[in-house]
Ligand binder design. Structure first.
Ligand code: PHE
Length: 341
């Protein structure tokens, strides 16, 4: 081997022997195998070698490369192994430690019950329709048969905005008008879930915001029997197959006749007396046949079609189902409460 190559090989191996960590190895690699490295330089000398020695010199450089590369790989593997051993002894791994459990998210109880309700009505052929929470006085009241100064407006304590005629919807019923105006003249079968707002003193029983689920069916020949059948089917899916449904007459300006719907509470529930105030019956929704004035406001001809509507409060249902005695818990985001669902 040419003298300079022999010297280069010896120097390379010696310096490699002294390089024991990752950084030193990297520096060595650059020094010998980098673009401006010594091996490249040795190869560059090929041009100055007499022609008849060129082939032999080239072979020797290749040999040198192979030797140094093999030595480098071995040194690199050894350094890695040493580093691993070091970390295992200085930072021993305790395989008996319990793993870190990841906190599992879950759906808010209000979301859960809304999904349950929409699921039941989907099975009954109802589509879900969403409408705005900021509503006009016209749709929240006027189109629902409550002109300005109508005394029934007092049934809904209203948040008005600073823009005249604009308010936070007090119920999901204005959605009826939106759906009718968009669907006319087709038959309708929808539910409208969403947040409603009322200007009430907050207490264990009333909140300023809560969900409602509105239902609306419009078409030829729809009768009170259809309303009763739909409500009964819903109540039995929601509260158990044995449930009885009781209907009382009531008043809403936008339905005629208007009813309130009660279900009987299971006799074996120890909370029955407290929940039903001793009667055994619990109110779950308001409902009725859509008032002709409302059909007309929605663009339908009350001489040609009829319809029924209902409105229920899922938070109330949750409170019944789980014996929750404070409605304020729903929007306080207290994990101790939310984790129970
Ligand atoms: N909107 C009524 C309320 O908020 C409920 C209702 C809806 C009653 C539809 C009848 C028909 O109390």
């Amino acid at each position: 081997m040419a003298d300079d190559l022999t010297a280069l090989e010896a120097a390379g191996l010696a310096e490699l022997g002294a390089a024991t960590d990752e950084a030193a190895l990297r520096a060595w690699n650059t020094k010998f195998f980098g673009d401006k490295g010594l091996v490249r330089a040795a190869l560059g000398k090929l041009g100055t070698i007499p022609r008849e020695q060129k082939a032999a010199y080239g072979q020797e450089v290749n040999q040198l490369k192979a030797t140094l590369t093999a030595a480098y790989d071995a040194a690199h593997a050894a350094a890695k192994e040493a580093a691993l051993q070091l970390s295992l002894t200085t930072n021993p791994l305790d395989v008996t430690l319990p793993g870190r459990t990841r906190p599992r998210g879950r759906l808010h109880p209000a979301t859960q019950i809304l999904r349950q309700i929409t699921g039941i009505f989907a099975d009954l052929g109802f589509q879900v329709y969403r409408t705005r929470e900021v509503e006009t006085d016209e749709l929240n009241f006027e189109c629902l048969n409550m002109p300005a100064h109508h005394p029934a407006r007092d049934m809904w304590d209203t948040f008005f905005t600073t823009t005249p005629g604009v308010l936070l919807r007090t119920h999901t019923s204005p959605g009826q008008i939106h759906v009718m105006r968009e669907s006319h003249p087709k038959p309708i079968r929808v539910i409208l879930p969403g947040m409603c707002y009322r200007n009430e003193a907050i207490s264990t029983r009333s909140e300023i915001q809560f969900h409602q689920v509105e239902g609306l069916a419009v078409g030829e020949g729809i009768t009170m029997a259809d309303l009763k059948g739909t409500i009964t089917a819903f109540a039995r899916r929601m509260f158990g197959p044995e449930r009885q449904v009781r209907i009382r007459s009531s008043y809403f300006p936008f339905t005629e006749p208007s009813i309130e719907v009660d279900i009987d509470w299971p006799k074996d529930d120890p909370n029955r007396d407290r929940l039903t105030k001793g009667t055994g019956w619990l109110e779950i929704m308001g409902a009725g046949m859509v008032h002709p004035a409302v059909l007309r406001a929605g663009g339908y001809d009350p001489a040609a079609v009829t319809g029924f509507a209902f409105g229920m409060g899922p938070q109330r249902m949750l409170m019944l189902k789980h014996a929750i005695d404070d409605i304020r818990l729903f929007w306080q985001n207290d994990l101790r409460f939310l984790r129970q669902f």
